[in-house]
Design a binder for this molecule. Structure first.
Ligand SMILES: Cc1cc2nc3c(=O)[nH]c(=O)nc-3n(C[C@H](O)[C@H](O)[C@H](O)COP(=O)(O)OP(=O)(O)OC[C@H]3O[C@@H](n4cnc5c(N)ncnc54)[C@H](O)[C@@H]3O)c2cc1C
Length: 380
């Protein structure tokens, strides 16, 4: 069976367009079924830490991966607002979505916008069918906030490129089939020039992945090295040397979604249940403030999704959502500390707390986001 035919079969559960309400209930039914069967338990930070390829395939079978992409690639041609609804429900449920998250959120859209037809045909249907797992090879030991300082180099050879370098903090690289890679293709001129984007097959000789265990004792971070790894010509995304402007655009996909607000939502839900029946007016007031902030952040997230539907860039708004959303996620933990008491609530609290130092660093540190927002205001 061809890749395309496979992806069409896997979408057999999708018949015709669905309203936002239908999509929401479809996700709720699926997560409830999995939770009731004990196949997952809700986790905070699920989009990074809760990985289950079978769950991703179950979503793929319902047409819930690559929802906005063309049908010819196994997509659903839905709106970004529809996708927002689906991702919001998955995050609220703390569902195991990490396997497809990066491919669905940013690498697929990037390939769709900039990739050559051969790359699109080879990769996109395998993301929508839940087959491929992507990790993000951006950060390096000396390139984080200053991403343009990337040193990993790609050298042109017959039929492709030879890539060498070292990437770090790469979440789920040890489970990924493919990596997105930002590499230097030229050392001439300003450092923002001469960067290019590639896809790397993690099975290629020369790729080595080493674990980095975080302070919670979990292994999702990795360092991965590339030693003269061959990358075929069609795995270059977009134009050679145009990597900087492409990656900036990609970062707005990375920053503008509900995962920058709802990482600790399962804990908030647990705190809400624990507070029911309590007469403590102070705690109720605090909860009210959190809910009001959540409503505002949701609205901003929806506006970003609408802008995506209109093809408008949302770089500063995405940075704003991430900055305010990360503060909200952390304040939920402070609130829950005063409220939760049962073992399940305490587990969610512990997992949220240990994951929280990363919220405002990953995907762009808060100070860097403030700079982006300030520059936008200055130029308006
Ligand atoms: C949980 C988690 C998951 C991650 N997953 C991935 C991944 O999958 N792939 C990947 O490539 N990377 C990943 N990262 C790395 C992440 O993108 C970087 O940590 C981040 O970009 C910051 O880079 P850095 O750690 O080198 O810190 P630095 O760049 O050294 O920054 C340290 C601090 O200095 C300050 N600072 C730096 N520059 C400026 C500036 N210009 N203006 C004002 N203040 C500044 C900020 O306060 C910042 O927090 C992950 C990180 C975390 C925490």
């Amino acid at each position: 069976m061809t890749q395309m035919a496979e992806s069409q079969t896997s979408h057999a559960l999708v018949d015709g367009p669905r309203s936002a309400g239908e999509l929401r209930w479809q996700v709720r039914e699926l997560v409830e079924e999995w939770r009731a069967d004990g196949r997952y338990r809700p986790r905070p930070d699920a989009w990074l830490r809760s990985f289950d390829l079978d769950f991703s395939k179950a979503l793929a079978g319902r047409g819930l991966i690559g929802m906005t992409w063309p049908k010819s690639f196994g997509g659903g041609e839905c709106t970004a607002v529809d996708r927002f609804v689906v991702t919001e429900e998955l995050l609220r449920a703390g569902a195991p979505v990490a396997a497809h998250w990066i491919g669905d959120r940013q690498i697929g859209p990037s390939i769709l916008r900039h990739g050559n037809p051969r790359l699109q045909e080879e990769i996109l249907p395998r993301i929508t069918s839940g087959e491929l797992v992507f990790c993000l090879g951006m950060s390096e030991p000396t390139a984080g906030s200053d991403l343009a300082a990337v040193k990993t180099s790609a050298r042109k050879v017959q039929g492709g490129w030879r890539v060498s370098g070292r990437k770090t903090w790469t979440s789920n690289a040890h489970k990924a089939s493919h990596a997105y890679l930002l590499a230097r293709t030229s050392v001439e001129g300003r450092k923002h020039r001469g960067l290019s984007e590639f896809i790397v097959d993690m099975q290629e000789p020369g790729v080595t992945v080493s674990p980095i265990v975080d302070m919670s004792g979990e292994h999702h971070f990795n360092e991965f090295t590339l030693e003269d790894v061959f990358v075929p010509d069609h795995y270059l995304i977009g134009e050679c040397g145009n990597g900087w402007s492409q990656v900036v655009e990609q970062l707005s996909f990375e920053r503008g979604g509900p995962e920058r607000v709802l990482t600790t939502y399962p804990l908030l839900a647990s705190a809400l249940a624990a507070l029911a029946g309590s007469e403590d007016r102070g705690l109720h007031r605090e909860l009210g403030m959190l809910v009001a902030r959540l409503a505002t952040l949701r609205r901003l997230g929806m506006e970003i999704a609408r802008s995506l539907d209109e093809g408008m860039p949302s770089i500063a708004r995405a940075a704003t959502l991430k900055l305010l959303g990360n503060a909200f996620e952390t304040d939920v933990i402070d609130f829950a500390r005063k409220v939760v008491g049962d073992p399940e609530g305490e587990r969610l609290y512990r997992e949220s707390l240990l994951a929280s130092p990363g919220f405002s660093i990953r995907g762009g540190a808060s100070d860097v986001l403030l700079s982006i927002i300030a520059k936008q205001v200055a130029s308006a």
